[in-house]
Write a protein that binds this ligand. Structure first.
Ligand code: FAD
Length: 490
């Protein structure tokens, strides 16, 4: 499909001025930002890889204002780029013209239902506030990621965020029962059902989850809540290799079943740079090991003693020679300190100079093979390169990051990003994995998706986009490009 694009209103043109006047009248002038200083934070993304431009930043107060704004922009042919916390890592929220639509003011918790174990929330609520609202009702909203203090639930759903609790609770997609969405023409789809069973036709909410603002603007959601863990234990394990990590994972899963709630892995290099760069961190084990696993056992069962269960499971793994050394947090403060070693790794890596990142997944059984092959191929390409693969291992997801050789010019290193994409993604593809595991496609992986994606699948994606957004108003050029001249990737 090749839709005709209306020529967009531009700043300074009559059409641009008329659109801004309409928006100011409805949203109030205070919430239509056009001053450089107000707009600038919305033009850049977390990693500083892209810088965009925008006619204005809109800050609607509720769903009706979002619908009005999208409808007015659609009539004027002006693209709309939704933003939550702007913590996304694939350039998906960067505008290339048009307006930024910030959901930040739609931040209300609309309802908590402790009997149905659901929470109805507006898209702009910060993830940490959603977790806190669930906790206040004695329940758990398990989605958890290092950006939870600033990312917003609409952004989490729009990117189908993963994070550290996927092993036990699934991705954001698995945590949503209903959605309210503003469509590209300004209509509102009310799919805010709080039902565990609902097979009344196509499950439309799943179209919008993970669509990165290209099919609709999520304005509210009904989320699933869970019993809170009554007992939790965190362990840090030294291992001889990623293969040993996989063996340990299988053993712990057999021992704890659903009680194994996290299995994160980092290499020796990763731990060393955390200890070198992050103040207050301490070496958790006396010796040095090739690979480390952070494991968590948790249970909602009253009276459960997960520390005892973890100790027994790790003791057996040590005896069997599967693990080289292990420690278990003796208090919640120690548990948090162990988690901090994993959560601050991206920050430590940024202090080590340039970093080329690949957020990939492969079938779990093939993860060690992937790590061995991809690291060997990258080292062969650039001597001195320091692979730093870390992440959610237990769900098959690895952040296959490459730190620049010491002393190399950062810009020169980053210029080789496309070369390493080909090397790493070829291995992922051969192992039947995914080049976009949890962060999404956005702009940074759009051309890679085009390269590796199934042609029929890509055709279906474009047809869906054209059906829901025929004039390419919503986040154009991201994920799958409809227009002939989309913004170019890196
Ligand atoms: P934004 O960055 O504002 O937007 C992301 C995308 O969603 C954009 O394409 C945007 O247009 C679209 N969008 C935003 N809101 C809406 C809406 N209401 N309706 C429609 N489209 C919308 N991700 C993981 O999956 N797992 C992790 O463990 C993880 N860890 C992270 C750690 C750090 C330190 C950082 C900075 C990021 C991390 N991320 C992780 C990236 C993750 O995708 C985001 O943090 C989060 O899910 C995005 O939420 P946001 O509100 O910031 O969205």
């Amino acid at each position: 499909p090749s839709p005709t694009l209306p020529s967009p209103a531009r700043p300074g043109t009559e059409a641009g001025a008329a659109l801004l006047a309409r928006l100011r009248e409805r949203l109030s002038p205070r919430h239509v930002l056009t001053e450089d200083g107000d707009v600038a934070p919305h033009l850049a993304e977390a990693r500083g890889l892209y810088r965009g431009r925008a006619l204005a930043v809109l800050r609607p107060a509720d769903t009706a204002e979002v619908a009005f704004a999208v409808g007015a922009c659609a009539e004027a042919g002006v693209p709309v780029v939704a933003q939550g916390g702007n913590t996304g890592l694939v350039g998906g929220g960067v505008p290339h013209g048009g307006v930024v639509l910030s959901l930040a003011r739609l931040s209300r918790i609309r309802a908590v239902d402790p009997v149905g174990a659901t929470l109805t929330v507006e898209a702009g609520a910060v993830l940490a506030d959603v977790q806190a609202a669930a906790e206040a009702a004695g329940l758990l909203f398990p989605l958890s990621l290092a950006a939870e203090g600033s990312c917003r639930i609409g952004g989490n759903l729009a990117t189908n965020a993963g994070g550290t609790a996927v092993l036990a609770y699934g991705n954001a997609r698995d945590l949503v029962l209903g959605l309210e969405v503003v469509l590209a023409d300004g209509r509102v789809w009310n799919g805010l059902k709080a039902l565990r069973k609902n097979n009344a036709g196509y499950d439309l909410k799943h179209l919008f989850v993970g669509s990165e603002g290209t099919l609709g603007i999520i304005t509210a959601a009904v989320l699933k809540l869970f019993p809170r863990p009554a007992s939790r234990a965190v362990g840090f394990v030294g291992l001889a290799s990623p293969r040993a990590a996989l063996d340990l994972f299988e053993r712990l899963r057999r021992a704890a079943g659903q009680g194994l709630t996290a299995f994160e892995v980092m290499p020796r290099f990763g731990l060393e740079i955390v200890l070198a760069h992050v103040p207050g961190t301490q070496r958790p084990l006396a010796g040095r090991h090739d690979t480390y696993a952070l494991v968590e056992f948790a249970s909602p069962r009253p009276g459960a003693d997960m520390a005892a269960e973890l100790e027994s499971a790790l003791g057996e793994a040590l005896e069997a020679g599967l693990a080289e050394d292990a420690t278990i947090g003796a208090s919640e403060a120690q548990n948090a300190a162990l988690w901090r070693l994993r959560e601050t790794l991206p920050e430590a890596q940024s202090r080590e100079g340039g970093s080329i990142k690949h957020d990939v997944s492969v079938p779990l059984a093939r993860l060690p093979e992937f790590l061995e092959r991809a690291a060997a191929a990258c080292r062969a390409e650039m001597p001195g390169l320091r692979p730093c693969p870390f992440g959610h291992f237990g769900d098959g997801n690895i952040h296959f990051n490459l730190s620049q050789p010491p002393g190399m010019d950062k810009a020169a290193f980053l210029a080789s990003w496309a070369r390493f994409n080909r090397i790493v993604h070829d291995v992922v593809h051969e192992l039947d994995g995914s080049i976009a595991a949890e962060h999404g496609v956005g702009l940074i992986k759009r051309d890679e998706l085009q390269h590796y994606g199934d042609p029929v699948g890509l055709d279906l994606m474009r047809r869906l986009k054209a059906a829901l957004d025929p004039h390419d108003i919503l986040n154009p050029g991201k994920v799958v490009a409809l227009s002939a001249d989309p913004p170019s990737a890196l």
